[in-house]
Design a protein around this ligand. Structure first.
Ligand SMILES: Nc1nc2c(ncn2[C@@H]2O[C@H](COP(=O)(O)OP(=O)(O)OP(=O)(O)O)[C@@H](O)[C@H]2O)c(=O)[nH]1
Ligand SMILES: [Zn+2]
Length: 215
């Protein structure tokens, strides 16, 4: 648990550093030409001829795709949750978003992790726009991840910023590094959970979350 928390802190710090450096200078990052050169090297590594017609534009396309798939380093999840509402007619029960699909990449092999996140919180006076929860999932997904760290990061930022009575996060995902290579187990799903506050301390609330996502 401590290790996950530390990683989470580390990830947030590095993300902040990346975001800061992105807004000030790109000194720490390679430029497009260097990235394209690296893709050329990979093409040669897999046995391709980078000069053949179909591959001429590939290094540029890969650089563009990576910028999109890893755009989470440029974004601040806490900022997304900054705008809250209090006018919800006293509603203070569970808010649950089920089946938020995401695509991420594992930090070990840089291949896809494909899955769904279920995120709930018990508001304490304020709620947040539903799309913001989905954005938080995407921000963390669009970084190199382990499923455990991503699960802890989503719960951590919602707890820190909204300060609800509790947060529950379940992530279900398939890791392509287990399906396409290595052990080659297709169709297996990894489930991770993180509970805070009442979801952690009150078994009934935790069971309610679990039965709602299964329903
Ligand atoms: N805990 C955890 N492990 C992950 C995640 N994504 C990938 N892995 C695992 O990370 C491990 C990396 O193991 P290593 O032995 O360093 O690398 P490897 O030789 O490529 O391992 P194999 O996949 O077993 O061939 C593998 O067991 C992967 O299945 C994740 O999100 N969480
Ligand atoms: Zn992997």
């Amino acid at each position: 648990m401590d290790a996950i928390l530390k990683n989470q802190k580390h990830a947030d710090t590095s993300a902040k550093a990346a975001a800061d450096s992105a807004s000030t200078s790109h000194a720490a990052r390679p430029d497009r030409a260097e990235v394209e050169e690296a893709v050329l090297t990979l093409l040669r590594w897999v046995g391709e001829d980078p000069k053949r017609e179909g591959l001429i534009e590939t290094p540029a396309r890969v650089a563009k795709a990576y910028a999109e798939m890893f755009s989470g380093y440029e974004q601040d999840a806490a900022e997304e949750l900054g705008r809250t509402f209090e006018e919800v007619a006293g509603y203070d029960d569970i808010v649950l978003m089920r089946d938020l699909s995401f695509h991420s990449h594992c930090e070990h092999h840089m291949v896809p992790i494909i899955g769904k996140a279920h995120v709930a919180y018990l508001p304490d006076g304020k709620v947040v726009g539903l799309s913001k929860i989905a954005r938080v999932v995407d921000i963390y997904a669009r970084r190199l991840q382990t499923q455990e760290a991503m699960t802890a990061q989503i719960a951590g930022v919602i707890q820190d910023v909204l300060q609800p009575r509790g947060v529950a996060v379940m992530v279900e995902a398939e890791h392509m590094c287990m399906a396409m290579r290595g052990i080659r187990k297709q169709g297996s799903t990894t489930i991770t959970t993180r509970f805070t506050g009442e979801f952690r301390n009150n078994n009934e609330e935790q069971q309610r979350f679990l039965s709602l996502i299964r329903g």
